[in-house]
Ligand binder design. Structure first.
Ligand code: FER
Length: 304
């Protein structure tokens, strides 16, 4: 199959797989401990508090409207940790000027995605332009890097085989992505002005990296987080420190997502340890509407 074709269908293969709880058709089975879509232990079991924290947003939230538009650019950077020139997509808000300094949201994609996935799934630029025009968000820069930290970072072949590269992205994010953004853009370079959030594999990365670097990120969100998410007690070994340092911890998952047990586990631990967090369980599955909606609500809560 040609490269472009696979890049387009790989996320779809996975999406169907995660919600149907079946192995992705045509994908090579991943190694046993990564067991493909992993929730084979039984059906989705919902608890009493697995309910929406927010209403369903209107359908037109990311339609391009007659409002001031920000700018999307694809930039390249030299990743020392990967040893390659890599790409990331950067949204700057309308009226962006070096006379001001902006907070930065780092948005991480899923296992079948790359630096273009968030924009394709959520029309991030239109969504944020509209929220800003309505006065619902703080002007912010949004960075969409490639979370597959390996030389060939295209979502090709068995997309599950790249799971280790998603773990390796921690170093690229902290040592190359963030410093590149802070050198090239006019940003508020401190923890209270850095947010880290992602979908699925990127949700797991955000929880893993964000919660272990509270000195770097004060706002952390996992949407439909995947099995790369560390066990909750490892994510938050010191609940009182997390409580003190986090400005926002956000966990969300659709109640039709075969991966919901991952998020439920983290939520149960945080609840037991009294760590304040948003717990948003809506009626979606492992799909782009879930991620678009979470970006809509999450972006309204960050940096304020
Ligand atoms: C897995 C099932 C799903 C897994 C990752 C995913 C690493 C990721 C899904 C996504 O990013 O959409 O077993 O193992």
């Amino acid at each position: 199959m040609k490269r472009a074709g696979l890049a387009v269908i790989a996320p779809l293969i996975f999406l169907a797989a995660a919600s149907a709880q079946e192995a992705p058709p045509g994908a090579t089975r991943p190694s046993p401990n990564r067991g493909g879509p992993p929730q084979r232990g039984g059906p989705i079991v919902l608890n009493a508090d697995d309910v929406p924290a927010f209403p369903e947003p209107p359908a037109e939230i990311n339609v391009v409207k007659d409002v001031p538009h920000g700018r999307l650019e694809m930039i390249s950077y030299d990743s020392k940790s990967v040893g390659a020139t890599r790409k990331m997509q950067v949204y700057t808000p309308p009226g962006y000027t070096t006379e001001k300094k902006y907070p930065v949201l780092y948005l991480l994609h899923g296992i079948g995605g790359d630096e273009t996935e968030w924009q394709r799934f959520a029309k991030v630029d239109a969504l944020l332009d509209n929220l800003l025009a309505d006065g619902k968000i703080v002007p912010m820069i949004v960075v969409m890097p490639n979370g597959r930290a390996q030389k060939n970072d295209r979502p090709e072949g068995n997309i599950y085989a790249a799971a280790p590269a998603f773990a390796a992205f921690e170093k690229d994010l902290l040592e190359d992505v963030v410093p590149t953004i802070e050198a090239r853009y006019s940003v508020q370079a401190d923890r209270e002005h850095r947010a880290l959030a992602g979908l699925s594999m990127g949700g797991g990365q955000s929880l893993n990296f964000g919660l272990s670097h509270l000195d770097v990120f004060a706002w952390v969100g996992g949407f439909s987080s995947a099995p790369n998410t560390k066990p909750a007690a490892e994510l938050v070994p010191d609940p009182s420190q997390a409580k003190e340092q986090l400005k926002l911890l956000w966990l969300a998952c659709g109640n039709k997502d075969g991966l919901i047990r991952i998020s439920q586990g983290v939520h149960a631990y945080l609840k037991e340890k009294d760590v304040p967090h948003v717990w948003h369980v809506d009626g979606h599955a492992h799909d782009p509407i879930e991620w678009r909606n979470n970006l809509y609500w999450f972006s309204q809560r960050v940096f304020r």
